[in-house]
Design a protein around this ligand. Structure first.
Ligand code: FAD
Length: 344
C-alpha cells in the first residue's frame, strides 16, 4: 500500500539547521525523501502540485534569502555498493543521500583511489554533480560514469552520462538549463585500484612532508587534505558559511594581460583556449573586503572568498554583502564575480 502522502509532508518546516550558513528560513511544505516511493507520493499530494520544488541535500551550497513558498524535498536516500571489478578499476554507486566525505573514505577503504583530493567536501553525494565539485586539482567529473535522476516534469527515472551532464568548472547542466528539473537519486563512479596521485595542488606535498611521509598512499593524501582543510576553512558548525562564495573568474587572456600590466602581483592561471583564470580571493582582498563585517554578515578574516554568518544574519543580509563585494571588484578591476552557491 502506498504511503499516505499527508503523513509525509510537514508544513512550515524550519530550515535553519539544514543550511550551513545557518540562516533562518521556512519551507511551506517539507518532505524527507528516503525512497523513490516517498518522492512520488509527495509529488502526488494535491496541496503541492502547482507549487515550486526545491531539492535540498546537506545545504552546504545554498543561500536561502527568504522562506521557500513551495515543497522542499530533503534528500535522505541511503546505500552504497561496488558494482563491478574490472581488475585495474572498479565501479561504485552511492545513493544521493550518502555523505560525500564518508563515501570517499569508504572507496579508499575498499582499496580504490581517485577521490582522495575531494575528501572533507561537505554535503551529499547527490549534489556532487550539480556543480561538479572540485578541490586540489581533481573534479568529480574525472571519475564520474553516470547518474540516475527523477525527472520532476515528466515523472520518470532517467539516466545521465558524462556528456549529458555538460560538466564545467563548478558547473553542470543542473545549474543551467536543467536547474530544478531533476531529483538526483544515485551517482556512479569508476575508480582505479592504483591511480596516479595528484600532489601538486595547494599544500599537499608540504603537508605530507610535515607528517614525514615520503611515498604516500591515497589514504595518506586524503588525511593530508583533511588536515589542510581543517586548518584553513571555517567549520560551518562554529561559523556559518558555504565555503567559497565566488567562483574564480575566467577572462580572456588578452584581458588578463591588461590587468597584469596594471597589477603585477595578480595571480593568474592558464585556463585553455585563450582564457585565463583569476583568483577571486585576491581580487576581493585587494578591494579591501577581507575580514570586513556589515551587521551580522562578514568576509572571513583569513579567507576573502568565504562569506560568513557571525550569528543571526539573514540570507538577504549575506546577499547584500555579496553584491557590495561584486560592485567593488567590478569597479576596481572591471571583473565580474559570479556566486558559487545557489541563491534562493
Ligand atoms: C566549508 C565548506 C567547504 C566547501 N568546499 C568545497 C570545495 O572544496 N569544492 C566544492 O566544489 N564545493 C565546496 N563546498 C560547497 C559544497 O560543499 C558542495 O557544493 C556540495 O556538493 C553541496 O552539497 P549539499 O548536499 O550540501 O548540496 P545543497 O547545498 O543541499 O544543494 C546545492 C544545490 O544542489 C541541488 N541538489 C542537492 N542535492 C540534489 C539532488 N539529489 N538532486 C538534485 N539537486 C540536488 C540543490 O537544489 C542546490 O541547487 C564547500 C562548502 C562548505 C560549507
Amino acid at each position: 500500500m502506498p504511503l499516505h502522502s499527508n503523513a509525509l509532508l510537514r508544513q512550515d518546516a524550519d530550515l535553519t539547521a539544514l543550511n550551513t550558513f545557518g540562516v533562518s528560513a521556512k519551507a511551506r511544505y517539507f518532505c524527507s525523501v528516503s525512497s523513490l516511493g516517498d518522492l512520488q507520493a509527495a509529488l502526488r499530494d494535491p496541496r503541492v502540485r502547482s507549487l515550486p520544488v526545491l531539492v535540498l541535500g546537506g545545504g552546504s551550497n545554498v543561500l536561502l534569502t527568504r522562506d521557500f513558498p513551495g515543497l522542499v524535498l530533503h534528500v535522505r536516500l541511503l546505500g552504497k555498493r561496488q558494482i563491478d571489478d574490472a581488475g585495474a578499476t572498479a565501479s561504485f554507486e552511492a545513493a544521493a543521500g550518502e555523505n560525500w566525505h564518508e563515501f570517499v573514505l569508504w572507496t579508499l577503504a575498499q582499496g580504490y583511489s581517485g577521490l582522495e583530493n575531494l575528501s572533507l567536501i561537505p554535503g551529499l553525494v547527490g549534489a556532487s554533480p550539480i556543480q561538479n565539485i572540485g578541490a586540489y586539482g581533481v573534479e568529480m567529473k574525472d571519475h564520474f560514469i553516470a547518474l540516475d535522476a527523477y525527472d520532476l516534469r515528466r515523472n520518470m527515472v532517467v539516466q545521465f552520462g558524462p556528456s549529458q551532464c555538460e560538466f564545467g568548472y563548478r558547473d553542470s547542466v543542473f545549474k543551467r538549463g536543467a536547474a530544478g528539473r531533476y531529483f538526483i537519486l544515485a551517482v556512479r563512479f569508476r575508480l582505479p585500484r592504483a591511480g596516479a596521485l595528484r600532489l601538486d595542488y595547494g599544500e599537499i606535498r608540504a603537508e605530507l612532508a610535515r607528517s614525514g611521509i615520503g611515498s604516500p598512499s591515497a589514504c595518506d593524501v586524503s588525511a593530508a587534505v583533511c588536515n589542510i582543510r581543517r586548518r584553513k576553512l571555517p567549520d560551518p558548525a562554529l561559523l556559518g558559511n558555504a565555503g567559497s562564495f565566488f567562483k574564480n573568474p575566467i577572462v580572456s587572456t588578452e584581458r588578463a594581460n591588461e590587468l597584469t600590466t596594471r597589477f603585477a602581483a595578480m595571480p593568474h592561471y592558464a585556463a585553455g583556449s585563450g582564457r585565463t583564470k583569476l583568483a577571486a580571493g585576491w581580487l576581493i582582498e585587494q578591494a579591501g573586503w577581507k575580514g570586513k563585517r556589515i551587521g551580522n554578515a562578514g568576509v572571513h578574516a583569513e579567507h576573502a572568498l568565504v562569506l560568513v554568518n557571525h550569528g543571526g544574519a539573514s540570507g538577504a543580509e549575506i546577499l547584500a554583502l555579496a553584491r557590495q563585494i561584486q560592485d567593488a571588484v567590478q569597479e576596481q578591476f572591471g571583473v565580474e564575480l559570479e556566486p558559487e552557491p545557489v541563491i534562493l
